[in-house]
Design a protein around this ligand. Structure first.
Ligand code: HEC
Length: 130
């Protein structure tokens, strides 16, 4: 009888120890985009357009067959891809390379964290053509 209890105890201890073993940590990397204070006004021509010109235009160019709509001019972005004041619900902000962009692009075509912060702040400040 005593032996049965000892075996049971061992089994329970085994189950208990096993339950503490986690090997499934998420591989997902969560990027925390810093908030830029409203006092720092973001300008479309000085801050936003250069991001498109350097990183996106290679594909998103009106002369390029794969995409005629997303581009680096204000009218190609707003309002089709941008909800002024609401970056989190804007197609542009949610589908950037490195986020849910329809195709994988090279790392050099992904916006940096600082550029993500600028894009987010520009949209949340009203996506002005400034
Ligand atoms: C290697 C080529 C390539 C590069 C570089 C690229 N894109 Fe794209 N992008 C595509 C393709 C292809 C599609 C899908 C076709 C379409 O939506 O017209 C697309 C679609 C999109 C969409 C539309 C998503 C939707 O759901 O409608 C957005 C927004 C976008 N790209 C933003 C960007 C931005 C911003 C950059 C630069 C930071 C960029 N892309 C760089 C090829 C590229």
């Amino acid at each position: 009888m005593k032996k049965i209890f000892q075996i049971l105890l061992l089994v329970c201890a085994g189950l208990f120890l096993n339950s503490c073993y986690y090997d499934k940590f998420s591989d997902e990397i969560i990027v925390v985009v810093p908030d830029i204070p409203d006092s720092q006004v973001i300008h479309f021509t000085a801050d936003i357009q250069p991001i498109f010109t350097s990183k996106c235009i290679g594909c998103h160019d009106s002369s390029n067959k794969i995409n005629m709509t997303v581009g680096n001019s204000y009218n190609q972005l707003v309002p089709n891809y941008v909800i002024a004041g609401n970056a989190d619900n804007s197609i542009l902000y949610n589908n950037l390379p490195g986020k849910n962009h329809p195709i994988q692009v090279s790392a050099s075509n992904e916006p940096s964290i600082d550029q993500l912060a600028l894009l987010k702040a520009w949209i949340n400040q009203g996506a002005k053509n400034n």
